[in-house]
Design a protein around this ligand. Sequence first.
Ligand code: ATP
Ligand code: MG
Length: 437
Amino acid sequence: MLPDTVLTVLRRLNGAGFAAYAVGGCVRDTLLGKTPVDWDLTTAARPEQVMALFPGHSIPTGLQHGTVTVRSHGQSFEVTTFRADGVYSDHRHPDEVTFSTELSEDLQRRDFTVNAMAMDAAGEITDLFGGRGDLRNGVIRAVGDPDRRFGEDALRILRGLRFAAVLGFAVEENTAAAIRAKAHTLQNIAAERITAEMTKLLCGPDACRVLLDFPDVIGVFLPEVLPAVGFDQRNVHHIYDVWGHTAHAVGAAVSDPVVRWTMLFHDLGKPNCFTVDETGTGHFYGHGKVSLAIAREAMSRLKFSNEHRDAIAALVDWHDRVIPVTPKAMRRCLNALGQEGTARLIAVKRADNLAQSPAYRDRQKQLDEAEEIVAELLARDACFSLKQLAVNGADMMALGLHGPAVGRMLRALLEQVLSEQLPNDRDALLQWAKENR
Ligand code: ATP
Ligand code: MG
């Protein structure tokens, strides 16, 4: 049942007289028939005893939590001594952890029943809280009293929603009630940890349902979503309110963190831009820029990486621009957003459209065409950036230009190529530069 690499580590611990198990997410994923990303092991052996059993192959990575990283056959395993967590006074960390000799204590401190199972070297499962049944029935249920468990560590609130979105599971009623009641304590959690969990949640196959069911929880760290909830769009393009559209757009998008965050942000500016015309139809002129400002503010508060922040901001800004399905327009996109950004913009527009009224789904065909045009441009190595231009700075200097005039001329040449006034041909570009210097 367990892979040989894991068995080797467990058997060495067992051979020295210590109980040892695979535990948590890797057992859950194994029972679901998925290949676990990493294997966490738990044992009665103390950290120094684990180190002694794997001399030269163990690193004391988190000794205060009882964790030793063991290398075996080129793989790393986190081996953690059975632990019982003490009191949590800050909603984040236990004040102290004590090592235990009982597997049951270690399982009790874990967050959800589906994450609280252990598997021994014989493939025998220890399941004290009905985790197997919850896995079968698709249920996220806190281990023990949910109010107390979320009170100890507020991150569990968002982890619960994350597992619901990723596994497609329902949140058990008492667990859901405690999640709602304790949601405000998420304020105690570091922005980076919130963002990491929320990114996984958004990328889950069932993100749409979780967003629809728990906007108030999301609203604790992203209050910008709250005005969207229940906001009637009064427009034939739409069948959902702004939040409903947002959630469906997230769910309809490819499972890429940048695209999914873009969908979450893309229309949050709408409530601020709402107007109704004489026919009673709602409009949201300029909402792209307002959504962009909201997204920037939220992403800086939530400590996004610069890379994600810039990529998401560009897509929120561009999501609502009308882009003709022509080589010229697609080349402009490639110039402004790059190859990856352009592919993502098409993905954003696809998801946005899929979350609108079914009467307007024909847009998908245009997006297929846009994709084909981009593929053709790339296949024939069409020029859309300065570095692809058939002339360079040295060529401009040879024409007698220097200083800022060099860059200005190169940009002017690129502009000629982008607007299809000139081919990306060295002689043609040099000729034009001579005439226009
Ligand atoms: P993933 O697939 O994201 O790795 P995972 O369940 O393995 O999911 P980890 O964050 O790797 O999640 O944690 C490993 C295990 O540690 C969990 O399965 C759970 O048993 C326990 N755990 C992790 N975080 C908490 C927490 N905040 N409170 C209680 N138990 C936790
Ligand atoms: Mg894990």
